[in-house]
Design a protein around this ligand. Structure first.
Ligand code: AMP
Ligand code: MG
Length: 310
């Protein structure tokens, strides 16, 4: 359902978000499928609804520098860039604060968070009224193009409440800049050009130099320090067992005793962290079905179990 922005429809959107459900949010780049970034289940619903074969970390949207500073470790580059380009199509990757309440699923277990302030009056009104950061990837199902108007979003998500913000003005994703690397690194070109950024902070590195992956790229996959063994039936000597569904084998933790994939998504990164301890020599993970959200969960586990690229 497409709704015209008004105090009433904003109130409706806030009620939906506070319940942990999703809305269609206009931004200046593309329309977002938005959910409360501090609510694990809302974030799981985002991944589930997009129906993608993979789970990627989400951009966290806030209405002000102050609200975002509650979640990330700020630095001088961030200040210069935020003052020059926010609100606007620039996403900054910064270290996550230990005290941040952002869902671990939203950042796929990473120690960093990608944050920005969108430049759209409807998004800004909503974000400041709800006073919660929103996770919002592009509002399209897997294999479909990003949505630049409310009607596109409705085609992909017929039951979603979508705030109508007209045609997006940029129609291109945000530029992503990693500020956790020794030199700022461009992770994705987008609405703000490299040259514009360099005018403010000087030279910026590109993610690949001479075929060697830049640190920013390597860090975009979470991996526990212990080796992961997937599709395991039970733990071998010394291993921890991360179960799924009702299992006969003794499990240290279970992603979802009832076999609920959304619950498993919520628990995945938390439980991997809990089991990533020196007293185990590896983590054996039970088989997870490959339908629905399970396909994306398997993809994440495979990437977390791949040999480290350092
Ligand atoms: P979008 O598709 O516009 O929602 O942007 C999401 C992109 O942001 C993904 O492709 C991620 O790779 C990137 N991203 C989000 N969080 C991080 C992070 N903490 N570190 C590096 N990249 C990130
Ligand atoms: Mg997209």
């Amino acid at each position: 359902m497409i709704v015209t922005p008004s105090p009433q429809s904003l109130e409706l959107a806030i009620t939906i978000l506070k319940k942990g459900d999703l809305i269609g949010l206009p931004t200046e780049t593309v329309y977002g499928l938005a959910g409360d970034a501090t609510n694990d289940l809302a974030v799981a619903k985002i991944f589930e609804s997009k129906n993608r074969p993979s789970i990627n970390p989400l951009i966290i949207h806030g209405s002000s520098q102050e609200t975002l500073k509650n979640h990330v470790e700020w630095n001088t580059f961030a200040q210069l860039l935020a003052d020059s380009f926010w609100p606007g199509p620039l996403t900054l990757v910064l270290p996550r604060k230990a005290s941040s309440s952002i869902s671990l699923l939203a950042s796929c277990g990473l120690e960093t968070l990608a944050v920005r302030i969108p430049n759209h009056p409807v998004a800004l009104n909503l974000l400041s009224a709800i006073t919660k950061p929103l996770a919002a990837p592009s509002a399209n199902r897997s294999g479909r193009v990003s949505s630049t108007r409310a009607e596109h979003v409705e085609e992909d998500f017929p039951t979603l409440v979508i705030l109508d913000g007209g045609d997006t003005t940029i129609g291109l994703e945000s530029t992503i800049l990693d500020l956790t690397t020794p030199h700022p690194t461009l992770l994705r070109p987008g609405g703000i050009s490299r040259e514009e950024l360099e005018e403010v902070i000087g030279p910026i590195s590109l993610p690949t130099t001479g075929g060697i992956k830049a640190p920013g790229m390597m860090k975009s996959h979470y991996a526990p320090s212990l080796p992961l063994r997937l599709n395991a039936l039970e733990a071998r000597t010394g291993e921890a067992f991360l179960g799924f569904g009702p299992t006969l084998a003794q499990s240290n933790l279970n992603l979802s005793v009832t076999g609920d994939l959304r619950e498993a998504a919520v628990n995945l990164f938390k439980m991997l962290r809990l089991l990533d301890r020196k007293d185990f020599k590896g983590i054996a993970v039970a088989q997870i079905p490959t339908q629905g959200l399970g396909l994306a969960l398997n993809d994440r586990l495979q990437r977390a179990s791949a040999p480290r690229d350092i």
